[in-house]
Design a binder for this molecule. Structure first.
Ligand code: HEC
Ligand code: HEC
Ligand code: HEC
Ligand code: HEC
Ligand code: HEC
Length: 407
């Protein structure tokens, strides 16, 4: 392994030029910064430490030439996910449907060329971090994008052509497997799901802060890692807020009819970080009387705005920290019944703000292909919403009654 040995806090990401985030210097950057980027210029983040690990060096160094160990070993020369999938079928099937497999998306490809090359490398260092992919992108650009592998098996498991995993194997078709305890630790996921102190921070909080949120929760104290929740039984589906069942395990909602009206309690009972952890999703809880009114709407999200003068400003942070509960009350006449619904829009900010703004601001600089990729991304980001819960609540009958969940 080639990493510089160090016990210091690692600077995971390339440091970007100070101008990178200033309005007008790079239109696309300014817009997407909201959701994603490491950029040096704005905000003084608190110092974030997660231990450096040589397994994560970006880009992931090229694997080097294949030296067959035995006759017939050619079968394992191929480091593509398809090749791994020939023998590791269950991991492959689950991974194929995951967002890690889809990380080179229309939304990424539609905008990446509008950045300078250093920034493009930075994007790929999370979205398709193998050196071979970077070189392919530098050579072929958008035309060769189909071959970019996203976050594939080799990204996480193979270094210098040696397979690494949670335990050692002396003998496999691809030689010994090297054991790395990191595979069972939350720090494994941190380099891509946590901005370091060079990353964009607003109101003292990095825009990607999942690892730190986890570290401060009881889950960290109890040894409940990211893998325990997101890879149950080693399942490689990496499901999150885009999956209804996963979100239901995180957000619990109860409703009651009381004398005064409707009372709703909503709590983060199963997400080991803020729910939701990113700035892009939105969860809408709506209480209403059966006559369509009165209505109370509550939004769970980290709301931000950007302007030329102020840069990024946090308007509100109504996300639920682990174990945090909120109570919502709607007054209703005793004779009226009501409804409660909870809607999740995983890509709300992309759909409502990021893609429309990119399409508008970059009008003159986008190629036809990039424009249609961004339009496709905008369309897709509008289709991921779902209803998490729906309850009907009776009229007042002399004592408090729970509302009934509807399918
Ligand atoms: C020709 C079949 C074959 C191919 C192709 C293959 N593997 Fe394996 N792999 C095995 C076998 C057999 C083992 C031994 C463990 C077992 O039997 O499950 C193994 C073990 C592993 C382990 C350790 C498993 C554990 O339970 O801890 C990892 C990680 C791994 N392979 C990753 C990969 C990756 C990544 C690729 C693609 C780049 C790949 N393998 C391609 C057959 C294969
Ligand atoms: C090499 C960088 C990288 C690593 C390592 C990584 N991720 Fe991710 N992950 C991403 C990116 C990028 C996305 C978003 C992909 C997209 O939608 O384009 C993502 C998406 C996800 C999602 C889907 C979220 C949703 O919106 O539903 C989950 C869950 C997730 N990762 C969990 C993990 C866990 C757990 C680990 C550690 C075992 C991990 N990731 C390791 C980069 C990474
Ligand atoms: C530190 C790792 C990291 C870097 C660097 C990064 N991303 Fe991401 N990106 C993520 C993760 C994690 C997600 C999923 C969570 C979310 O929705 O914010 C994501 C989501 C996205 C999405 C929405 C999902 C999709 O794939 O359609 C787009 C678009 C995107 N990133 C583009 C970019 C661009 C462009 C750059 C470079 C300018 C970039 N990202 C740099 C980690 C990163
Ligand atoms: C985002 C990183 C990531 C990606 C991508 C990924 N894995 Fe894994 N894989 C892990 C982690 C972390 C573990 C250990 C999970 C644990 O023990 O809790 C693991 C465990 C394994 C194991 C051993 C445990 C088991 O029996 O499942 C095999 C085999 C494996 N992965 C194969 C693959 C293959 C094949 C692919 C691609 C189709 C792949 N992985 C993609 C992170 C990843
Ligand atoms: C106790 C279980 C649990 C632990 C631990 C946990 N998660 Fe989650 N995670 C969830 C649940 C449930 C959701 C769906 C609700 C939500 O979005 O918060 C989720 C959602 C996500 C998402 C989707 C994006 C979003 O905005 O919420 C990502 C990415 C993610 N987790 C990454 C991680 C990483 C990285 C770690 C470790 C640092 C981790 N999770 C630890 C349960 C967990």
């Amino acid at each position: 392994m080639s990493a510089k040995a160090s016990t210091a806090v690692k600077t995971w990401r390339i440091r970007l030029p100070n101008s990178a985030c200033f309005p007008g210097q790079c239109a696309g950057w300014v817009l997407v910064c909201a959701t994603i980027l490491s950029c040096t210029a704005l905000g003084a983040a608190e110092t974030i430490g997660f231990p450096e690990h040589p397994h994560w060096e970006f880009p992931i160094p090229a694997q080097g030439p294949f030296r067959p160990a035995a006759p017939g070993a050619e079968a394992i020369a191929d480091l593509s996910a398809n090749a791994c999938g020939l023998c590791h079928q269950s991991q492959f099937t689950a991974w194929q449907e995951s967002l890690h497999a889809a990380a080179v998306s229309a939304g990424l490809l539609g905008q990446i060329s509008t950045f300078d090359t250093t920034t493009q490398e930075d994007c790929l260092s999370c979205h398709s971090p193998r050196q071979e992919m970077l070189e392919h992108w530098q050579e072929k650009g958008l035309e060769g994008a189909d071959a970019l592998s996203g976050i594939d098996c080799a990204t996480c498991h193979v270094r210098g052509r040696v397979r690494h995993g949670p335990r050692a194997f002396a003998e496999t078709p691809h030689g010994p497997v090297q054991e790395l305890p990191l595979f069972r630790q939350a720090e494994f996921c941190a380099p891509c799901h946590q901005f370091d102190d060079t990353g964009l921070s607003v109101n003292g909080k990095p825009l990607e802060n999942t690892y730190v949120e986890w570290q401060r929760s009881r889950y960290a104290r109890d040894g409940v890692t990211c893998q325990k929740c997101h890879m149950p039984e080693n399942l490689h589906a990496f499901k999150g807020i885009h999956d209804k069942e996963t979100t239901r395990r995180g957000l619990l909602v109860h409703g009651w009819r009381t004398r005064d009206g409707l009372r709703v309690r909503a709590g983060n009972v199963g997400a080991g970080h803020a729910l939701p952890t990113y700035v892009t999703p939105r969860i809408l809880i709506r209480l209403e009387g059966s006559e369509g009114e009165p209505v109370l709407e509550h939004i769970i999200a980290r709301k931000m705005r950007w302007s030329r003068d102020e840069g990024w400003v946090e308007i509100a942070d109504d996300r639920l920290l682990p174990d945090q509960w909120i109570t919502l009350d709607l007054s209703l006449p005793e004779g009226q019944n009501g409804r409660v619904s909870v809607h999740v829009e995983p890509d709300y900010d992309y759909h409502e703000r990021v893609y429309p703004a990119l399409l508008k601001m970059l009008t003159d600089s986008l190629s036809t292909e990039e424009r249609s990729l961004l339009q496709q991304a905008r369309g897709e980001s509008g289709t991921t919403a779902y209803r998490l819960y729906q309850f009907v609540c009776p009229e007042w009958s002399g004592h408090d009654k729970p509302c009934n969940e509807q399918p």
